[in-house]
Structures are given as C-alpha cells and as structure tokens.
Design a protein around this ligand. Structure first.
Ligand SMILES: *[C@@H]1O[C@H](CO)[C@@H](O)[C@H](O)[C@H]1NC(C)=O
Ligand SMILES: *[C@@H]1O[C@H](CO)[C@@H](O)[C@H](O)[C@H]1NC(C)=O
Length: 332
C-alpha cells in the first residue's frame, strides 16, 4: 500500500496544493454507494503514457495497448444478446427520463443539499493501475479524495473528460443486503438507526433500546417515513445518490454481472490485462433472490406498496422488475 500513499497525499492537497495530476499516473475516481459502484477513469490517458512501468515486467506488457478496444466500442464478449437488450433499455430509459423538462443536466442544477450528497460520494483516487498489488479498500475513506474536495472547474473537467460508470443492483436486494449487513453486524448502525426504529415502531420499547434486533418489516416502515433525499447512503435510492441525469454516465453495469461488467470497463479504458476486478471475499454472503423472496413474502403487502414507489425510479431506470408477491408466488 505504501507506493500509493504519496500520490494520494498529493492529490488530497487539493485546491492551491501541488499538481493534482501526475502525468504518468492513471487517475480514477470511485463512488461507493452501498452496492453501487462508480469508477471514473480519464479517457485516453493511457495513450499519452510514455513507457509504462509494468510490474512485474511481463511478456504481454507491450501488447495490451495495441489490442485494447476504444472506450465506447463494445467488444464481442460484451455479453449475450439479452444483456445487450437490457443495457439498451437502461440507456434509452435514462435518456428519455432525463430529457424531460426540469430534470437536472449537471450537478449545478441540483439543489445544494443534493449536489453536496452527490459530490461527497464521488471519490477521486489517484493510483497506478500497472501494479497488480493495487487494492482498493473501500473502507479506508482517508485514502480517497472526494470530488467535493475539488474546485468547481476541477470537478467540471473530470465530469466532462473522465470515463464514468455506475453499478446498480436490484433495489430490494440492495435494501435487504443493507438491512442484514448494517443492522445485523454493525454496532454503530444499531445504535444510530436501529434504536430509533425500535423506539418508533415497537410499542413498549424503553427509551434506550439496543437496536440490534430490528426486523426487516420495521426497517421498511422506517423507509416509508423517511425523506429519500436525506436517507443514509446505503438505502438512499440510487437515483438520488448517483443522480444519473446530472452525471452523464458512460456505462451502467450491474451487480448481477459485477465481475464481467467491471472487467469490461477496464477493457474499455485500456487497462493492462493483468489488472482485473478482484474476486469476491470468501466471507461475503450475498442476499440471494431466494432469501429476498422469503423476506418480501413475510412483509405486509400494504407496506411493500408504500415502499416500492420510493424506489420506483431505481426499478424503472435500471430495468429491474417489481417483485412478485402474489399469494401464489409466496406459497410456493
Ligand atoms: C448510451 O448510449 C450512448 C450512445 O451509444 C453512449 O454514448 C452512452 O455512453 C450510453 N450510456 C450508457 C449509460 O450506457
Ligand atoms: C407471480 O408468480 C405466480 C406463481 O409463480 C405466477 O403464477 C404469476 O403469473 C406471477 N405473476 C407475475 C405478474 O409475474
């Protein structure tokens, strides 16, 4: 990790500090939105790079640049035709919705609070992509530079010239995952949100409940009452968090195809072949469609009907079907 610290420290210096861009460095930015992930990579920067310091010096080293497809040119292995149809639907839906009058065209069209939320979640990371040892540790916020830390013209430049992409996930799977992770495992969330939820929705709860036994139903009741624009980032609708009308993402990947889509993006930006999306950690237990189905079927249907509209843009913009919680489906 040591080699990455120097450039990051430099980048963090921000306005008025030393130069933000080291010519031989690949700059990229990451936004982590619970399961949403956005990476911005400066277009064409690799083409300007002089002899690339490849570690380890590899036989394929010189070859990758010649074979890397241009950004925006889908490669044959972009996925099967179903995937392309879905990507096309997402793309057209986004454009159609964002063309509507009154939709934000850039972050400066957003109310101050929403703009702050957006820019605070876009992290700019300077690092060398030529080392296989590069590890992005998302929980080390201090290693990362937020887009909000930059001056407006620096932000504009990056929004205009960097390759920007967003990863989305089934909205309800994302909520279940956030619920299981935050309320099941993380003390701070239990104390901050769990206790509040129990106080609100559990008759007879004392003034200071532990908040470590929130049910999924209680969590959904809480979501119904919360303002989507002020929610915690882990359950804020992706539309509000990532503002896909204000930021013109070049690509929308999905959690369902995380590895393939991520590697596709790396290909588009011309990353060396040994830079690949890291494998999922062994301890990670994803919320499966089965466990989601189970949880949804145990939630009162009227409650779901109240929750779904809050996330309807995430369903429709990113082409996720609404859940089937009919009696037949739940009794299978
Ligand atoms: C949508 O398609 C256009 C034109 O092909 C492309 O430039 C743009 O990057 C795509 N956007 C997304 C989010 O896929
Ligand atoms: C929901 O699931 C049931 C049982 O599998 C099925 O009969 C029904 O057609 C489904 N409804 C929708 C809208 O998909």
């Amino acid at each position: 990790r040591a080699p990455r610290r120097a450039p990051l420290g430099r980048a963090r210096a921000g306005p008025g500090g030393p130069p933000l861009l080291l010519p031989s460095m690949l700059m990229f930015a990451v936004i982590v939105a619970s399961s949403g992930l956005l990476l911005m990579i400066e277009r064409g920067i690799l083409a300007d790079m002089k002899p690339l310091p490849l570690h380890p010096p590899s036989r394929e080293g010189a070859a990758w640049r010649a074979t890397a497809p241009k950004p925006g040119a889908p490669s044959p292995e972009a996925g099967d035709s179903d995937q392309r149809v879905l990507q096309d639907v997402r793309n057209r839906t986004l454009r159609a919705v964002c063309r509507q009058p009154g939709m934000p065209r850039d972050p400066w069209d957003l109310p101050v609070g929403q703009r702050r939320t957006l820019l605070r979640h876009i992290l700019v990371l300077a690092g060398v992509l030529d080392s296989v040892d590069v590890r992005l540790k998302m929980d080390h916020r201090s290693d990362l530079v937020f887009l909000a830390d930059l001056r407006p013209e620096e932000i504009r430049y990056r929004l205009q010239h960097y390759f920007k992409f967003l990863f989305v996930r089934d909205p309800l799977e994302r909520l279940l995952s956030a619920y299981r992770n935050k309320f099941g495992e993380i003390r701070e969330y239990q104390q901050r949100y769990g206790a509040e939820i129990v106080r609100r929705y559990r008759p007879g709860a004392g003034p200071s409940p532990a908040g470590d036994d929130v049910t999924f139903t209680e969590f959904l009741r809480y979501l119904v009452e919360e303002d989507p624009e002020r929610m915690n980032e882990h359950w804020m609708p992706v539309y509000h968090l990532c503002q896909p009308c204000a930021v013109h993402y070049n690509f929308v990947g999905t959690y369902e195809r995380l590895e393939a889509d991520a590697n596709q993006v790396l290909e588009w930006v011309g990353a060396p072949p040994h830079v690949r999306f890291p494998a999922r950690q062994a301890w990670y237990r994803p919320a499966s469609p089965e466990s989601l189905h189970y949880h949804l079927c145990s939630v009162p249907r009227a409650l779901l009907q109240d929750v779904l509209p809050k996330y309807i843009l995430d369903f429709s913009l990113f082409a996720y079907p609404l859940p089937n919680v009919t009696r037949e489906a739940c009794h299978q």
